[in-house]
Design a protein around this ligand. Structure first.
Ligand code: CAA
Length: 247
C-alpha cells in the first residue's frame, strides 16, 4: 500500500537508502531534513532521485524543535497524506573523550538524537492510533548497545531509544502501531568517514565482516519492520553490524 513514510535525516547517507527502499516497497517516502541545508544541496538530491525515477518530496525543519516538527508534519499531512510510517533516523555525532566533552557537544547530541524522537513521534502518534495502523522505526546504534569511548553523549541517546521503544510499544500495540529500532554498526556514510583515518582502520579491523556496512543493508531492515505483515514485531531491536556486537 502506498502509505506515507516520513524519514528524518532523509537526504543523508542512510536516509537516502531508506527512502529508496520504502519506495521500492510501494510506500510514498517523504524526506525531512535540516532547515540549515543549502537549497542547492536539496535540489541536487531531488534531481538525483528524479534521475532514478523517484519523485520524493523534501520538507525542511528542525527536529530539535517541537514547534518546527509540528509545522512540518502538518504540512506533509495536508500536502501528501496521513503519516503512517515514521523513521526517526536524524542523528549527529560530536565525539570527544568525556574529560574533553563540552556542554555544547552534550546538548547538541541529546537534542538532535533524542528530543527529535519525542518531537516527531508526538506529531504522528495520535493519527496512527486513531487509524489503527502505524510503524515507528527508531535508528539506534551498536554504540548504544556496547558503549563507545569518545561517545558518552551519542551512546546515551542511542541506549535511551531502547527504553523509549519498549515503553511505547506496550502502549500502542493494541492500536495497530509498532515501535522498533535498528542498531546499525559502522556503515560507509559521511558520519563514519569523519572518524580519523587511523582510528577508523582500527575499528574496521574489529568488525568480523572485515568491512563497513552498506546503507542499503540498513534500509532493507527498515522496510522489513515497516511491512504490512510486521505487525506482531514490537519493542524489538535488530542489530545490523557485521558481527561486531550482539544483544
Ligand atoms: N578505548 C579506550 N581508550 C581510548 C579509546 C578507546 N576506544 N580511544 C582512544 N582512547 C584513549 C587513547 O588510548 C589515548 O590515551 P593516551 O593519551 O593515554 O594514549 C586517549 O584516549 C586519546 O586518544 P586520541 O588521541 O584518539 O584522542 P582524541 O581526543 O584525538 O580523539 C576520539 C578521541 C574523538 C574519541 C577518537 O578516538 C575517535 O574518533 N574515536 C572513535 C569514536 C567512534 O567510534 N565514533 C563513532 C562515530 S560513527 C557513529 O557513531 C555511527 C554509529 O552509530 C556506529
Amino acid at each position: 500500500m502506498s502509505r506515507v513514510a516520513v524519514v528524518t535525516g532523509g537526504i543523508g547517507g542512510l536516509g537516502t537508502a531508506m527512502c529508496k527502499a520504502l519506495a521500492e516497497q510501494g510506500r510514498r517516502p517523504v524526506a525531512v531534513d535540516f532547515h540549515g541545508l543549502k537549497p542547492e544541496v536539496v535540489d541536487k538530491w531531488k534531481a538525483d532521485r528524479k534521475a532514478e525515477g523517484l519523485d520524493i518530496p523534501v520538507y525542511l525543519g528542525d527536529v530539535t524543535n517541537f514547534e518546527s516538527c509540528a509545522e512540518v508534519c502538518k504540512k506533509i499531512e495536508a500536502e501528501v497524506g496521513p503519516i503512517e510510517i515514521l523513521v526517526n533516523n536524524a542523528g549527529i555525532t560530536r565525539d570527544a573523550l568525556f574529560h574533553k566533552m563540552t556542554q555544547e557537544q552534550w546538548d547538541q547530541v541529546i537534542k538532535t538524537n533524542l528530543y527529535s524522537v519525542f518531537n516527531m513521534t508526538k506529531q504522528v502518534y495520535e493519527g496512527m492510533t486513531a487509524r489503527g495502523w502505524g510503524r515507528i522505526v527508531n535508528i539506534s546504534s551498536v554504540n548504544g548497545l556496547k558503549g563507545q569511548a569518545g561517545q558518552t553523549n551519542y551512546s546515551a541517546t542511542k541506549a535511551a531509544i531502547y527504553g523509549f521503544n519498549k515503553a511505547l510499544a506496550q502502549e500502542c500495540i493494541k492500536k495497530g502501531v509498532t515501535v522498533n529500532s535498528i542498531s546499525p554498526g559502522y556503515i560507509g556514510t559521511e558520519m563514519v568517514r569523519a572518524i580519523r583515518e587511523d582510528v577508523l582502520q582500527k575499528i574496521i579491523a574489529t568488525i568480523p565482516a572485515g568491512r563497513l556496512g552498506e546503507p542499503s543493508e540498513i534500509a532493507r531492515t527498515v522496510a522489513f519492520l515497516a511491512a504490512e505483515d510486521a505487525g506482531f514485531i514490537t519493542g524489538e531491536d535488530i542489530t545490523v553490524n557485521g558481527g561486531l556486537y550482539y544483544h
